[in-house]
Design a protein around this ligand. Sequence first.
Ligand SMILES: Nc1ncnc2c1ncn2[C@@H]1O[C@H](COP(=O)(O)OP(=O)(O)OP(=O)(O)O)[C@@H](O)[C@H]1O
Length: 283
Amino acid sequence: MVQPSPPRTEPERSVPHPGERPDTLLRVSHASIGYRVNGAFTRAVADVSFDVAAGETIMLIGPSGCGKSTLLKTIAGFLDLADGTITVAGRRTLAPGPDRAVVFQEFDQLFPWRDVLDNVAYPLRRNGRTKAEAEQQARRYLEMMGLSRALDRHPHQLSGGMKQRVAIARAFALEPVMLLMDEPFGALDALTRARLQAELNAIAKRTGVTILFVTHSIEEAIVLGDRVVVLTDPPSVVREVVTITEEAKVVGSEQYRSVRTHLGSLLHRDGKEADEDVAEFTD
Ligand SMILES: Nc1ncnc2c1ncn2[C@@H]1O[C@H](COP(=O)(O)OP(=O)(O)OP(=O)(O)O)[C@@H](O)[C@H]1O
């Protein structure tokens, strides 16, 4: 007899957290995550808890190797938790699912043999849309990312910034509950990066999607985030969650400088080697 396949997610018992917000979408609760190397288990993330409300953009920042990508991949369902729970809309994230779309830093995350339109439309067809529906949806999001004139190009004919725009359009087109972004602008030049940050802000506002964004850059964290979750050195815990006001987003303003200094001091507290951007900031 054919056994039914196990559910991709499992309902989580509703246990109220202290300070719980009614609109919580992502809950990371006492997450502990590690890797087994040559038979020995090493913890990267020790005990991390934070909540993300629906529609928020949360930035994850911390020293190199503190487990930011590890945490994001676990929320995406690519890695298992050693301890704790992660839920999205009350369901445990035990496997990847269409409710969580991921954008990585690498430019090679596109299908090289498909053109731009098909790179975005193909996953929609896989999710049950007809070809016409998928292409219509793909065109809509590619237009939002300023790519209407590049629909028939293949990835090798695109710049790094254009490839990341396609990857972002593809993620948004899936209309996920959450967008997980792992340093998507990390390999871009400063100008392209600033442009894409502005485009991401605009499309995020327009769609109301919830975003968890890993970055090395304090400036990026302030410009894009509603709140910034600062992790410690590994095995990591949450050092502080910093709220970013609208005033603080004005680069060069007093509030901007004050938040930047505060985030810099949080990242330097262990006195160990800091990330490039942070080191740059102290010089
Ligand atoms: N596949 C793996 N096998 C074993 N150890 C790993 C693996 N991936 C990551 N690690 C280790 O886990 C720790 C956390 O890595 P992770 O990439 O999550 O950190 P990060 O904060 O994203 O780093 P960075 O800021 O440098 O990108 C590091 O010590 C890393 O060496």
